[in-house]
Design a protein around this ligand. Structure first.
Ligand SMILES: [Zn+2]
Length: 119
């Protein structure tokens, strides 16, 4: 791995505040626990409006695809107190996440190309 990768700052990216939770976690692969610990997501298994999430520390749970769920709010507001030691979320991923901003009127809704055309 080239050594200059570490010092390179990730580009700022903008997502909508109302982005769907599943789209968001599909993208960033991070999950905030109720204590504010960030876990790395290993598997997202979507079944309709629910998804079974497995973290790298092998916790499995089911979540709903809500824009206003606790997890969505925590990720948006970055109410993060730490990162999971077992998941070992890589620094570049955390840097990418911290460079991500959530805006009300600006940013991506993380739609797929085919969905953009419909809008
Ligand atoms: Zn974990």
């Amino acid at each position: 791995m080239p050594s200059n990768r570490k010092s390179k700052k990730p580009a700022k990216r903008y997502y909508r505040k109302r982005v769907e939770l599943f789209r968001l976690i599909d993208k960033i692969k991070l999950w905030p626990s109720r204590k504010g610990i960030l876990h790395g997501i290993k598997i997202i298994d979507k079944i309709g409006d629910q998804a079974q999430i497995t973290t790298h520390c092998n916790k499995t749970f089911t979540v709903n695809n809500s824009k206003n769920s606790r997890a969505a709010r925590w990720l948006r507001n970055k109410w993060i107190t730490g990162t999971c030691r077992v998941c070992r979320v890589p620094d570049w991923k955390l840097a990418k996440y911290s460079a991500t901003q959530f805006k009300r009127h600006h940013g991506s809704l993380l739609l797929k190309e085919s969905e953009k055309r419909v809008k």
